[in-house]
Design a protein around this ligand. Structure first.
Ligand SMILES: [Fe+2]
Length: 465
């Protein structure tokens, strides 16, 4: 294993004294590192010191709005001051518990749905350095929790809740200033669709407009609603917009079947014999246009599972085909038989070398049923339309993260890293050979760690901040 650090972010603390949070996504962010150094592994973990976390620890109560948790008015006002209203963006959390990215300039930033939850950490000590402040004046409260980050750019979407649409923005390494590439106006309403993630091809940025839409009222409501900060609007239909990366012009915008996805896997351009781009293919972990997965992730549902019945809703690799000949409709179908991966599909990664290009392999969490949560690591072969599944009785693996072998030329030449939570509360780091999908090594943790969400790889020689 090459030298470097695998970082994984995720919710890690779901209570303040005897006050218990309700949803998996409410937890205060905890960073885990697996530091590979000359064949040895050093692991560590640490809470990310967001304002929301520090305020909760100091006051021993909830002070900001988490995913499903709302503070009592007095808690928030006493902490933030009388000028801020509980029903304003100031009350939104900066609990950066979703993902972590290494920018091209070496800075490591933790992210979540709110822009204010962009927090820099030291990847070795895991110390919180401070807020990542965007120096532009683009404003807004939220952004995509999954920007596209390469050594040369950071691309993300800023939903416009007032005038429904999205700003597509780019930030260069060394800069804190996002510059607008273009704008997409929503075709449906009343608000933009939730953009937890989005895909890109070599030349295009694909902006999804999902019928699961943001709801400004729910964002600032006193009590959680069934779909939290979102609303399901099937009547508003679903669309995919394709924007040219260089000009910011919309190349096409198609209506597609209703869908629900949090994670796009990848996208690429399909060419004819003459090399002309005829379509864009975009793949995602698709929940059969069903939003119930959000409710299934309530802690009570996760913790009360007996193991005997099957409650995880079905999911598939949803493959969109977006024609570029001006046709008004795009297609959505399963890229392979969902039974190949037990009809569970989420938490995906690819070899970063094939980002935006025609690709063959994806790594994700699938299902061995009956289950209430994705419980396998799955390697998807999109060419042969088969899946190779790793499973251990009672274990819950986190996102399988692909790291290429230095000098590799084959797409699946590398390792897949995951952290496994075992039935007895213990856990270990697991390395699979990405090519054979067989175990290379496991390292037991001295104590169990909570389930986490998304990770990134920081190579040893990565540019120092
Ligand atoms: Fe995510």
């Amino acid at each position: 294993m090459q030298n470097g650090i695998y970082l994984r972010n995720g919710p890690g603390l779901w209570h303040i004294d005897d006050y218990n949070f309700r949803h998996l996504f409410d937890g205060y962010a905890m960073m885990v590192k697996l530091q590979f150094e000359n064949g040895r592994l050093v692991a560590g973990h640490r809470q990310i010191e967001s304002e929301a976390y520090k305020a909760a620890m100091k006051n021993r109560r909830l002070c900001y709005r988490e995913f499903s948790e709302v503070p009592k008015p007095g808690n928030f006002l006493s902490y933030v001051g009388e000028l801020a209203s509980l029903f304003s963006g100031a009350s939104l959390t900066d609990n950066s518990n979703t993902g972590v990215v290494g920018l091209g300039d070496g800075r490591v930033v933790c992210l979540t749905e709110t822009q204010k939850g962009s927090i820099m950490i030291n990847p070795v000590t895991l110390e919180t350095i401070g807020k990542f402040e965007y120096s532009d004046s683009l404003g807004g409260l939220i952004h995509s929790a999954h920007p596209i980050v390469t050594d040369s750019e950071f691309l993300t979407l800023l939903p416009d809740l007032i005038n429904p649409g999205y700003l597509v923005v780019r930030m260069e390494p060394g800069s804190n200033e996002r510059k607008v590439i273009g704008r997409v106006n929503c075709r449906g309403g009343p608000a933009p669709g939730w953009v937890h993630s989005f895909p890109v091809t070599e030349n295009y940025i694909i902006v999804p407009e999902m019928p699961l839409r943001y709801c400004a009222q729910n964002l600032l409501r006193a009590e959680p609603t069934p779909l939290y900060k979102f609303q399901w609007h099937p009547e508003s239909k679903a669309y995919l917009h394709v924007m040219c990366k260089t000009s910011g012009k919309i190349v096409t915008s198609v209506e597609v079947p209703l869908f629900v996805t949090f994670h796009f896997i990848n996208a690429y351009e399909e060419r004819d014999e003459d090399g002309r781009v005829v379509a864009v293919i975009a793949d995602c972990c698709e929940h059969n246009a069903d939003t119930t997965i959000l409710d299934k992730l309530r802690l009570q549902n996760l913790r009360s599972y007996s193991g005997s019945h099957d409650v995880l809703p079905d999911a598939r690799v949803g493959r969109f085909t977006i024609p570029l000949d001006g046709s008004p409709y795009g297609k959505l179908e399963a890229a392979l038989d969902p039974d190949e991966h037990g009809r569970g599909m989420d938490m995906c990664s690819i070899n970063p070398a094939v980002l935006g290009k025609k690709y063959r392999y994806a790594y994700a969490c699938g299902a061995r049923r009956p289950c209430n949560f994705p419980n396998t690591l799955t390697k998807i072969d999109l060419e042969k339309k088969i899946a190779n599944n790793w499973h251990e009785e009672g274990a819950i693996p986190s996102e399988p993260y692909f790291v290429a072998r230095p000098g590799a030329t084959k797409e699946d030449d590398g390792v897949v890293i995951s952290m496994i939570s075992q039935k007895n509360g213990e856990g270990y780091a697991l390395l699979l050979d990405a090519s054979t999908f067989e175990e290379i090594a496991r390292a037991k943790f001295p104590y169990g760690l909570p389930y986490g969400l998304h990770g990134c790889w920081v190579p040893k020689n990565h540019n120092k901040p």
